[in-house]
Design a protein around this ligand. Sequence first.
Ligand SMILES: Cc1cc2nc3c(=O)[nH]c(=O)nc-3n(C[C@H](O)[C@H](O)[C@H](O)COP(=O)(O)O)c2cc1C
Length: 400
Amino acid sequence: MRPVEIAPNVFEVGVRDWNIRDFHGYSTPAGTTYNAFLIRGETNVLIDTVKAEFTEELLSNIRAIMDPKDIDIVVSNHTEMDHSGGLPRIMAAVGQDKPLYCSKMGAKNLARHFRENWNLKEVSSSEEISIGSGRTLMFIETRMLHWPDSMFTYLKEDGILFSSDAFGQHYAGSEIFDDQMDMSELLFHAKKYYANILLPFSALIAKLLKAVGEMGLKLNMVCPDHGILWRKDPGVILDAYDRWSRQETQNKAVVIYDTMWHSTEMMADAIVSGLVEAGVEQVRPISVRRSHRSDIMTEIMDAKVVMVGSPTLNNQIFPALMDVLTYMKGLKPQGKIAAAFGSYGWSGEAVKLLNAELAGMGFELPEEGLRIQYVPERDQLTLCHGLGMRMGLRAQGREV
Ligand SMILES: Cc1cc2nc3c(=O)[nH]c(=O)nc-3n(C[C@H](O)[C@H](O)[C@H](O)COP(=O)(O)O)c2cc1C
């Protein structure tokens, strides 16, 4: 798509990756964008680049506004390759000796990625530079949000925050701004991004939001490096990040399971009916082999109850569940209660192993879990229903 002037002399010059469906193991059914921004003035500034294979498109977008040689400063907010991959080609076009601004850790990580002799200018948090035309750039270090080198760049007088991966979404459409999108769809994509990329850094994010709040920055626009830009009401995404970073849960249960011959699935169905009967408002049964781990994680993020079911397979948990559990463990969801269940034939280790996995994630396990040999009969399904009921009541702080 052609560049768009998002504020006077500030252009979005990035690219759309319409057809990407797997972003380092995260499913992206709506593709993504690599946003980059060009500020035109006494000092011309390019903020971030794009994935290497899209660099020619970025250059062509820049050329629609100016000769790349006229760019005076490049800013790298984050070293990850989807935003820095285009740097070698861009620096060659801009001029190898032009200043490349980055955080201190950014300088180290750019060297580790590219081994180029660029004119790196390390900036510290709150450092400002004047870019003429009555404009100032301020840099805000955002370590581990989500890489050690991450930072924001703030265009002070315009109140525009170039927020790198924070507040972004993997979404590529013809829309540019939040007011052009259905808000619940936009927030769904933002939530999925948070659940799968930012969740482990929630404590840091809560701190950062507080610090940025105390800086009293006016925020007319928040421009992430992926997806839609927030201009109508950036407060919507700031409030959502506030909730997500506190890992607030809802009256919601996710029941994830796998099954070979449907017995564990029968148990899951009975548990679901118990949860519903207990008054849990959102109950999400998910067969892990038919859903993507990143969608499962999006559901788990704000659930109070996590129920995990696996048949025993060769004395182990079913592998598809281990994929999800390993992924979930790394993302460090908090404040959950959990229980395990599963059918087995003779040795039945899965439930015990699941309990160890769930306890290892810091989940509260109020029940020892439920194992049923082979195909559950009616009474045993009643036990499953009861397990669901008790977990549902606990989720709401009600008497069991
Ligand atoms: C290949 C295979 C390996 C199995 N290994 C074990 C095992 O090690 N221990 C055990 O208790 N059951 C084992 N079972 C039996 C299943 O756990 C049992 O059939 C269970 O009811 C399946 O539940 P499902 O219908 O939810 O898949 C195995 C079954 C299969 C097909």
